[in-house]
Design a binder for this molecule. Structure first.
Ligand code: PEP
Ligand code: MN
Length: 262
């Protein structure tokens, strides 16, 4: 099945790379606002922060939930950036729509689950919002495409894919193996679908963000989503992979953008 798509129409989206930045998790109002103000002053257009956090094991910080949504609304009002967060259930969808969140993304654990995807798609029926779909944790291109098809059949036409790498059991350099051949094949199958690279969750360490971002640019990815925190070492989740806003600016300014598409 072909996807029926229209442009994402998000501010900054025509730029290459299109950049989404912000912390893994919304921790405090101060952390959310301070990171956002710094990113906005560097020209970032789209802010990310997780409000519901899918943690591998219980006991970690699982996000503030609804309490943090007004903070994102404030980011939008005070900085003019668009704001994005992850949704995993129809209840999350209802709340993000209530608080005027501009963009939603679906996480790698959710896109691996067809029942969860169908429930999300049903809850988005008749809603016009850009949806970014992370690849499933396992390297299954059909499952990734299937997740996007479910949303598309529910009427979501502003879709993009996020490549965040794939789980594997062996010792490895990467937190999640990039397996670039999978997004390359996705581009071949659905050429009009924007693909955004998430070097933070692929690398798992901040010194891998620059080389992974360069690889993504060399392969013709449309954009990057980079976890960025005002005090990365103090982050409540994914501390090792987050960069400061200035660190992100340095990484972006050193990228070589060549022509060429995956
Ligand atoms: C995240 O973006 O913080 C996240 C939880 O990502 P993923 O679903 O890719 O693990
Ligand atoms: Mn994260």
């Amino acid at each position: 099945m072909d996807l029926s798509l229209i442009p994402l129409n998000i501010k900054g989206c025509g730029l290459r790379p299109f950049v989404i930045a912000g912390p893994c998790s919304a921790e405090t109002e101060e952390q959310v606002m301070s990171t956002a103000r710094q990113l906005a002053s560097l020209g970032c257009n789209v802010y990310r922060a997780g409000v519901w956090k899918p943690r591998t094991k219980p006991g970690g910080f699982e996000g503030h939930g609804e309490k943090a949504l007004p903070w994102l609304k404030r980011v939008k009002e005070e900085t003019g950036m668009s704001v994005a967060t992850e949704v995993a259930t129809p209840e999350h969808v209802e709340l993000v729509l209530e608080y005027g969140i501009d963009i939603i993304w679906i996480g790698a654990r959710t896109s691996a689950n067809p029942f969860a995807m169908q429930a999300l798609a049903d809850s988005l029926s008749g809603v016009d919002i850009p949806v970014l779909v992370k690849n499933p944790v396992n390297p299954d291109l059909e499952l990734w495409i299937g997740a996007m098809e479910r949303l598309n059949q529910a009427g979501i036409k502003r879709l993009a894919a996020i490549h965040r790498g794939f789980s594997s059991y062996d010792n490895k350099i990467y937190r999640n193996a990039p397996m670039w051949q999978i997004p390359i094949e996705l581009r071949r199958r659905i050429p009009e679908l924007p693909i955004i690279c998430d070097p933070s969750h692929i690398g798992g360490r901040r010194n891998l963000i620059a080389p992974l971002s360069q690889q993504a640019m060399d392969l013709g990815f449309d954009g990057l989503i980079v976890e960025t925190h005002c005090s990365p070492n103090e982050a409540w989740s994914d501390a090792a992979q987050q960069v400061t806003p200035d660190g992100l600016y340095n990484i972006l300014s050193q990228l070589t953008i060549r022509d060429g598409h995956i």
